[in-house]
Design a protein around this ligand. Structure first.
Ligand code: SF4
Length: 388
């Protein structure tokens, strides 16, 4: 329980609606809705749950014009500071900007639409919309979806490809005279999150950072992974807003905020937790927190079942990733030994980057166990007795 030296933050302040982040402002705690945006009742309820838990910013994913229509109705019924996630559809920016306080775009998703158009033009399109409606922007770089150009320029160094992509996008926004932005560099590995954010903060100490360990997974492991990263970074003066990403049932989503606030309070009061012995030396289950893109409501249950049926293998250093949708699922399972990503009626199973097949929800666990046993046999010799 050593307390790292606490350092002062050096970032500039930016405005996200009525909220200020960066500079001396308190570190804001945020989360994201995990319901289908067009399911107005469920999404409004989740916004309410997050607001009651004390969320400073609530993010909603928007993929289509129908989602924008839903967002208009949701906006009418809440005063919460709202952010949208554009993911692959940057063309939605001018439609959502009048409705929200912040727009998040992922530099690694911009190439999907209008492939021949220069990235800079697409960024300008988003910046123009944000500027006109007084929105902040988050440049949100993610380990599983780094711009292929940066991946090929920094082979074998996923951290540097993330950092360089973020730094270049900051330069573009600077050149466009747009300063109201922050950056995030997320990975599912706490150590990589620490390293990526430290490297970025050295290059751009002025730019506010949004911290998160993506796909941290189910509690309690997901909380520990997040805590490892936040303790190191916040104590080093890095981080202006945080998001704890946990795989939770919809009604429990407020826990992300409660956990985030507790971690910040502990850091502030000098309570640094030691990492449990042997943590992540065996089986590591990564799972996304789910969002409006989740393809089947059974996702959270599936992630819980994966953990249960793989308990027999917990001593083996193997990573299993469970993702909720086709947007980020295929890319963000590439680095895992076994990856599952959900479709509406089938779950896709991968071994590293290789696809094994798609299986109905009631057959996937058996297939996963079969593949897990094969890996254990190949790498470690024999399969232990297991829970059937
Ligand atoms: S993997 Fe898909 S469902 Fe899960 S959080 Fe990411 S975008 Fe949402």
């Amino acid at each position: 329980m050593t307390e790292p030296n606490k350092k002062k933050r050096t970032t500039r302040s930016i405005r996200i609606g009525k909220l200020t982040i960066g500079g001396d402002a308190p570190i804001a705690v945020q989360s994201m809705t995990a319901t289908r945006t067009q399911d107005l009742q469920a999404t409004a309820r989740q916004i309410e749950i997050l607001e009651k838990a004390g969320a400073d910013v609530i993010r909603i994913a928007i993929d289509s014009k129908e989602d924008v229509e839903a967002l208009k109705k949701l906006r009418q019924n809440t005063d919460a500071v709202l952010s949208v996630d554009l993911q692959e559809n940057y063309l939605m920016a001018p439609l959502v900007a009048p409705l929200v306080d912040k727009i998040r775009y992922n530099p690694g998703h911009l190439w999907h639409l209008e492939k021949s158009k220069p990235i800079r033009e697409k960024v300008k399109f988003i910046v123009d919309a944000a500027r006109e409606h007084n929105c902040a922007i988050r440049i949100g770089v993610n380990c599983g979806s780094v711009d292929p150009d940066y991946k090929s320029r920094f082979p074998g160094d996923s951290i540097q490809s993330m950092v360089e992509s973020a730094v270049d996008h900051c330069a573009m926004l600077d050149e466009m005279g747009f300063e109201n932005y922050c950056v995030s560099l997320k990975d599912s590995d706490s150590d990589k999150v620490i390293e990526a954010n430290k490297r970025f903060a050295e290059r751009r100490p002025d730019v506010p950072l949004h911290l998160g360990v993506t796909e941290a997974g189910l509690p309690p492991e997901g909380i520990i992974k997040t805590r490892i990263a936040f303790e190191q970074l916040v104590a080093a003066g890095i981080g202006d807003t945080i998001r704890v990403s946990l795989t939770l049932p919809d009604d429990d989503k407020g826990e992300e905020i409660v956990v985030g606030r507790q971690i910040l309070k502990d850091i502030e009061e000098g309570r640094f937790r030691s990492v449990p012995e042997n943590f992540l030396e065996g089986l590591n289950i990564i799972a996304c927190p789910s969002c409006s893109r989740v393809e089947n409501g059974k996702f959270v249950e599936l992630a819980q079942d994966v953990r249960k049926i793989t308990e027999y293998a917990e001593q083996y250093k193997i990573t299993i990733a469970v993702m909720g949708c086709r947007v980020n699922g295929p890319g963000e399972t590439d680095d895992a030994d076994l990856g599952l990503w959900c479709g509406p009626t089938y779950v896709n199973l991968k071994k590293g980057e290789e696809s094994i097949g798609a299986y109905p929800y009631d057959e996937i666990l058996e297939k996963l166990k079969f593949e897990l046993d094969k890996i254990i046999e190949d790498r470690f010799g024999s399969v232990p007795s297991r829970v059937s």
